[in-house]
Ligand binder design. Sequence first.
Ligand SMILES: Cc1cc2nc3c(=O)[nH]c(=O)nc-3n(C[C@H](O)[C@H](O)[C@H](O)COP(=O)(O)OP(=O)(O)OC[C@H]3O[C@@H](n4cnc5c(N)ncnc54)[C@H](O)[C@@H]3O)c2cc1C
Length: 354
Amino acid sequence: MGVRLCVVGAGVAGAGIAYALRAADVDVTVLEKSRGVGGRAATRRRNGRRYDHGANYLKSTDPRTADLLDAIGPEGLVDVTDPVWLFGADGDVRPGDDRDEHKWSFETGITRLAKRLFARTDATVRKTTRVESATRTTDGWTLQDTDGAEHGPFDAVCYTPPAPQTAELLAETTIATDIAEDVDGEDLEAFRDAVASVPYRTIRTLVLGYDERIERPYYALLNDDREHPVGWLAREECKDGHVPDDESLLIVQMSPAWSSEHYDDPLADAAAVAADHAADLLDSERVRDPDWVDDQGWRYALPDDGIDPTAARTAEPLGLFVAGDWVAGDGRVHAALWDGIETGERIATWGGGR
Ligand SMILES: Cc1cc2nc3c(=O)[nH]c(=O)nc-3n(C[C@H](O)[C@H](O)[C@H](O)COP(=O)(O)OP(=O)(O)OC[C@H]3O[C@@H](n4cnc5c(N)ncnc54)[C@H](O)[C@@H]3O)c2cc1C
């Protein structure tokens, strides 16, 4: 019998693991706390509009990505070709030196990426299942969720939540002493510390909807000196299938400093601030007065650093893997995806099964 694997988290790293193991003799169960897959590569639907309120797109930085998209089915793939312009602390907007990279989403939103990867696998995905602890005995791994249910036994587990949440899981992960001997105790402690010390930035996304189209010569504006309260402002209507032709939808990602300070401010207050900044940046009074608003807070939005790659593999002899953007050392969809795929490939050849 093959390896029984439990993946915690159905973001793109979790989806990448499952996809890499689709033809392997590995039985994959994925436990995901939210109601959908995709994690921070997330899409929301509201009254006929769709918007990517976490990651805005998948870049072609990794040359393997284009082939992968072809392999899983490129139907509905959207390439945002309008340029990204820049602004500084003074709010003056200027053209950027646009690079040649593709910026991909899907007509049905970026969450389609994880959905399509999972659809190519036999993985069992259990949603609304928040893992809170894990135990490793001679029988294997069992995981406990916050509803008191137990999952397992498994031969291996892979944690993919952002590093601070993985650190919380590791603090509640018990390894029987006879098994823990397989890995030096001090190394295991250093591994937990290394995970806990990966810093993350907070981003609050404000969504501003308008019942008329506001045309501009760019897709998005990026604050390149990190001194403005707005970090990124994007026109979701530049993605086919997201916004009706006669409407506009702005995604405003506030800076980490602003987001941390105003994380719990009421939506109306935060949206009013975002709309004021957007109106100034787009030089449009109409933008000051959105017809509807929405938001999403991302406490752990982007890793500011990665874990040491060797430290990340410390617990693998125990069947304990980690994957995600913070393991890749880059807060990007493609980085998390390929870290997941490579971790899956390692698990396929891992010698710890039965
Ligand atoms: C606002 C924002 C904008 C971004 N913009 C871009 C962009 O334009 N381009 C780009 O390339 N990248 C962007 N990123 C980064 C990108 O979204 C991430 O790097 C990538 O999606 C990380 O994927 P992951 O699988 O490593 O982690 P996640 O997507 O965080 O996946 C982890 C999963 O684990 C689940 N989980 C957590 N704890 C538990 C638990 N205890 N039990 C069960 N499940 C659990 C979570 O619900 C989640 O689904 C952005 C991120 C944010 C937040």
